[in-house]
Design a protein. Structure first.
Length: 459
């Protein structure tokens, strides 16, 4: 299982996330080529090294072309995020904040006054329009699903704030393009990285106020507050908006898990740099790619990995039912299953059923416990283990073919063991006890020369 672990001490926005994805190893050219599958014109994307408070990372700039012929870099200052949806009637004025650090070397906001009608050259996209655009593109199905899920939660949050159905939430033309690049780009990157799940620690929201379409609002912005309801957050780390609606929607839409333990091999780390300079807080997001199924090779040939032990106390099932449960756990992918006798409350005697699970099958094996036992809870414990190099060979003996497991360390064979199922089968055929046959076989297996058939996979 491949997990993206987000650390957001300065919050998260759409552009910070894309910068982190490139820093993790996504090819910018591949990302742009995928984004070009959308029927969307008038944009370019640029990635560049940058630093905040001495922390280096990758910065993302989305450059938009306006209909009046010029271009500007739509830079998120966290006072101006594409996720702040502009809801409106067909004729009104609204404010729109921009940062022009590239040109004036200082952050400022200015007022745009627009009169909207059906014929106006600046139009709006609803969530319905954006979803149709994504669904009609040549992007992969998984990318479409993730991108639409992110837009869905954002539209639901904004619709809840403004009393609109999600389908009717409007994104101002400039903000819509930027949001599409951020959200679809994130979905593309997750797919390219082979991400199975996203995990995040405490999410910093910031403080102070933020300029939205309907005036200045306290941080978190109304839509952000709805998105992060029920999540572990912190406030006041900076007197600016730290987590934007787009940033929050990326995590919530991808069903990010918060505050859970992640174990495995860290295969890559990326830092996404935000646009704003903050003297009190490095405006960056840290993202690590954790592979729970990867192994670390040791110099002597051993390997290390991480496995999960799942356990449940059972005192009200028959022995036959417990045995059946153990069989199902093994069939479900458990590396090993065992029982320990125990005495529980009120003097009840029972067993603890343990299952050793690979990281990518924890949920499935946990489901077996709940579906086929009387337990009301399953405990999880993470173990780091060291494994000897193992190979399974097939040996031809005078009694037929026998599989033999060979364990090696430092290039030397340290253990040989015939497979129990083969020994049992031949012992029955020869009318011998298992002990008798094992003694007869021992002289042959230490001088075998068979063909390797597979690696051993038990715990």
């Amino acid at each position: 299982m491949r997990t993206l672990y987000y650390q957001c001490p300065a919050g998260i926005s759409g552009d910070m996330n894309l910068g982190a994805m490139i820093a993790l190893g996504v090819d910018p050219a591949v990302l742009e080529a995928e984004l070009r599958k959308l029927p969307l014109d008038g944009w370019a994307i640029r990635f560049s090294p940058d630093a905040r408070s001495g922390i280096t990372g990758t910065r993302c700039d989305v450059i938009l072309s306006h209909e009046h012929g010029d271009t500007h870099e739509h830079e998120h200052t966290h006072d101006d995020d594409a996720g702040h949806v502009h809801t409106h009637s067909h004729s009104h004025s609204h404010s729109h904040a921009h940062s022009h650090d590239e040109h004036h070397h200082q952050e400022h906001t200015h007022e745009h006054s627009h009169e909207y009608d059906d014929e106006h050259e600046h139009h709006h996209r609803t969530f319905r329009d954006i979803r149709a655009m994504i669904e009609g593109s040549a992007l992969k199905d998984q990318v479409k699903d993730d991108a639409i899920a992110v837009f869905q939660v954002l539209a639901e949050a904004e619709g809840g704030v403004h009393g609109l159905p999600p389908e009717d939430v409007h994104f101002h033309e400039v903000g819509a393009v930027d949001s599409i690049i951020d959200m679809v780009g994130a979905a593309i990157c997750w797919d390219l990285l082979g991400v199975d799940q996203i995990v995040c620690g405490t999410l910093e929201l910031g403080g102070g106020t933020v300029m939205c379409a309907h005036g200045r609002m306290p941080v978190p912005a109304p839509a952000t507050a709805r998105l992060v309801a029920g999540l572990p957050v912190s406030l006041g780390g900076t007197n600016k908006e730290a987590t934007t609606p787009t940033g929050a929607a990326l995590l919530v839409g991808k069903r990010c898990q918060f505050g859970v333990q992640v174990t495995g091999v860290s295969t890559a780390t990326g830092v996404g740099v935000g646009q704003r300079q903050d003297p009190n807080l490095a405006n960056v997001v840290y993202v690590s790619l954790i592979d729970s199924t990867a192994t670390v090779a040791e110099p002597n040939g051993d390997s290390q990995d991480v496995v999960w032990e799942l356990a449940a106390n059972i005192d009200d099932m028959t022995g036959e039912a417990v045995a059946f449960l153990c069989e199902l756990l093994l069939e479900g992918g458990a590396l090993d299953v065992w029982q320990t006798s125990a005495a529980f409350k009120k003097g009840r005697v029972g067993v603890i059923v343990h299952a050793l699970a690979p990281a990518d099958l924890v949920t499935e094996i946990e489901d077996v416990f709940f579906d086929h036992s009387s337990t009301l809870g399953v405990r999880r414990l993470v173990w780091q283990r060291t494994k000897l190099e193992r190979q399974l060979f097939e040996v031809e003996t005078q009694w037929g073919s026998v599989r033999v497991k060979q364990a090696m360390r430092g290039g030397k064979v340290v253990r040989l063991k015939p497979e129990y199922e083969d020994c049992q089968r031949i012992a029955r055929e020869q009318g011998l006890s298992l002990t008798e046959f094992s003694q007869l076989l021992a002289g042959e297996i230490f001088d075998f020369g068979g063909d390797e058939v597979e690696e051993g996979d038990d715990a």
